[in-house]
Design a protein around this ligand. Structure first.
Ligand code: FAD
Length: 386
């Protein structure tokens, strides 16, 4: 089977969140000298408390993850004289997989197109990454989009490396999808290493998981629906003893993870896209005829959830996620997850969240959800030593 057919076969497969194993929740007791040293010398007081009250919340958002049970759609479709390359439906992993599936879309363009001019629909994290990769291969790219950042779903994400979060439903996705996911994950992971040190658009942070009960195989406190894992890609989760952490909890782990400072990241890449001669046109695609009317013969579709009505994709479903943004705290630089709540410190604020409601199109923030998350985290902070 050639690579293209392989992708095409895989994208019509499907997968189920509900039975996913949280492989990435594995912990290690074989603490290495270097890692122990890091905290014993400095003590747990180096984990500052969150300044948390309702009046410190300055922004609340609800974003809609573009979820497809069979996994993201990455395939070529003919539309009259046009060649459409689809690259949408990344669920809760679009930030993480953007470069990897962008690379797959680029290969599909290279396999079909002789024309160097490419139209790309959509200006979220997936569209921008795909556009940059096409430019790197010598294509002249024009982005046609309804909206640009900050008015895109990608701006409403948490911004953590979570390539398996709600990426598919394992009960529906075809077995081949796992290999595609691994390829995309590996490509993205390598790419992100080249983005380190550039005004922190991408960086490493410490991530704590704080629980009162022993972790199960499947865990609701995770980023949500994590289906696959590549062992060894991230540093292992270290289990911490009571002496090594300040939380009033029995099961605490720490690991390093990648995160993305969303506003500066998107700005950086959009500026790069323009610097390499790319064009952005505000242009809404309402029907297939609008695509037919574009001057380019090759069209890459990165419209996220916006692809649903245009391509009549019945699989594509929103999974809403609410975030509350606290005023940034310069001393607090970590991520924490616990049952029912998590937070991550970004440059532009500390983001509390996030839930996931399948099939919910409502983007109105719920006060009840905010109060629930705030109350869980306030309780955790109050009972913290130090
Ligand atoms: C609360 C929340 C937390 C998340 N956390 C993470 C995380 O930590 N890590 C992670 O990897 N992922 C995360 N995600 C998932 C991630 O945000 C998405 O998978 C990703 O943003 C999808 O990117 P996209 O570019 O495909 O879509 P979008 O950002 O939605 O971009 C789509 C683009 O297409 C354009 N468009 C849409 N319709 C049309 C049309 N008809 N005509 C023209 N243009 C159109 C839009 O204007 C936009 O420019 C999270 C999502 C949410 C909601």
């Amino acid at each position: 089977m050639d690579r293209r057919n392989f992708f095409q076969k895989a994208v019509v497969s499907g997968v189920g969140l509900s039975s996913g194993l949280l492989a990435s929740c594995n912990t290690s007791k074989s603490t290495t000298y270097a890692d122990k040293q890091f905290h014993i010398n400095r003590g747990y007081h180096q984990i500052p408390k969150l300044r948390l009250s309702m009046d410190r919340i300055v922004k609340e958002t609800v974003g809609l993850r573009p979820f497809r049970p069979s996994g993201p759609r990455i395939e070529t479709e003919k539309l009259g004289n046009k060649t459409i390359v689809h690259n949408y439906g990344h669920g809760g992993s679009g930030w993480s997989l953007s470069w990897g599936t962008g690379n797959m879309a680029r290969k599909l363009v290279m396999a079909t197109a002789t024309d160097r001019k490419v139209a790309l629909l959509g200006c979220g994290t997936v569209g921008i990454a795909t556009a940059r990769l096409l430019q790197e291969s010598g294509y002249e790219v024009t982005i046609y989009t309804k909206d640009v950042p900050p008015n895109v779903t990608s701006n409403l994400a948490t911004g953590t490396w979570s390539p398996a979060s709600r990426v598919c439903d394992p009960a529906v996705a075809k077995p081949e999808f796992k290999g595609i996911w691994e390829d995309a994950t590996m490509f993205s992971f390598k790419r992100f290493q080249f983005l380190l040190g550039m005004n922190d658009i991408a960086c490493w942070v410490e991530e704590y998981n704080v629980q009162n009960e022993a972790p199960q195989q499947r865990s609701e406190h995770s980023a949500g629906g994590e289906v696959y894992d590549i062992p060894g890609l991230l540093p292992e989760r270290m289990q911490l003893t009571r002496k090594e952490h300040p939380f009033a909890a029995d099961y605490v782990t720490r690991r390093s993870n990648l995160m993305f400072n969303i506003p500066t990241y998107l700005h950086h890449h959009l500026q790069d896209f323009l610097a390499f001669g790319g064009k952005v046109k505000i242009h809404e695609i309402k029907k297939l005829e609008d695509i037919d009317a574009l001057p380019e013969q090759v069209v890459v579709n990165c419209m996220g959830l916006g692809a649903k009505p245009v391509f009549n994709d019945e699989e594509l479903t929103p999974v809403s996620g609410q975030l509350s943004c606290l005023i940034p705290q310069s001393d607090l630089q970590y991520k924490l997850s616990t049952k029912g709540a998590n937070f991550i410190a970004r440059k532009d604020g500390i983001y509390l969240g996030s839930n996931g409601i399948v099939g919910n199109w409502d983007t109105t923030p719920s006060k009840e959800q905010t109060e629930k998350v705030v109350s869980i985290l306030q309780n955790l902070m109050e009972t913290m030593r130090g």
